[in-house]
Design a protein around this ligand. Structure first.
Ligand code: ZN
Length: 177
């Protein structure tokens, strides 16, 4: 497999370069990013991150799924992050205003895997708002949890604010929680 051979050859050079690190496991900026798996998003340089600064959790569409919350539980409660950024983007493969992607995928696969939706959306900014809201209401959120949402314009690399930084209500202050 060519892709495999390329990776292993590149790794030999990486090891020889001596650039590996013994940074602490806890992200220095107490920051977790949720963004899309899109191969055109260089998450670290776009956001000004260095190794050791942040967790970067990626999936199709930058959606806050149950599995993202699984990662965030570890990120926040064990590894000390307190800030979550949802970074969606323009020209995303899950932008599906006509429902054609959903129909095609479901037709190809013959079923919805893992009982999940495909996570498609008709409005990128609304998708970011919905996912930020899910984080702000996350029942297991830590105290001092802050959430913001950004839209990355793939064509220019520019970020715009969709959801300004908002502090989640402490879980203990929510009646019935
Ligand atoms: Zn995408």
């Amino acid at each position: 497999m060519q892709a495999f051979d390329q990776v292993m050859a590149a790794n030999e050079q990486y090891v020889a370069s001596g650039r590996h690190t013994d940074l602490p496991v806890r992200p220095a900026r107490q920051l977790a990013i949720v963004t899309c798996m899109d191969c055109r998003i260089p998450a670290f340089p776009v956001l000004g991150l260095e190794l050791g600064d942040a967790h970067v959790i990626r999936n199709a569409g930058a959606r806050v799924t149950d599995d993202v919350l699984r990662s965030l539980a570890l990120s926040t409660h064990v590894l000390g992050t307190r800030n979550a950024l949802v970074v969606g983007h323009t020209r995303c493969g899950l932008f599906d205003p006509e429902g054609t992607i959903t129909a095609t995928l479901t037709d190809l696969m013959g079923h919805l895997p893992f009982n999940q939706s495909w996570g498609t959306f008709t409005d990128p900014e609304e998708s970011i708002r919905v996912d930020c809201d899910r984080l702000l209401r996350w029942p297991d959120r830590p105290s001092g949890f802050e959430v913001a949402g950004l839209l990355l314009e793939i064509e220019t690399g520019a970020l715009t604010t969709v959801v300004p930084p908002r502090q989640a209500t402490p879980v203990t202050d929510v009646p019935g929680s």
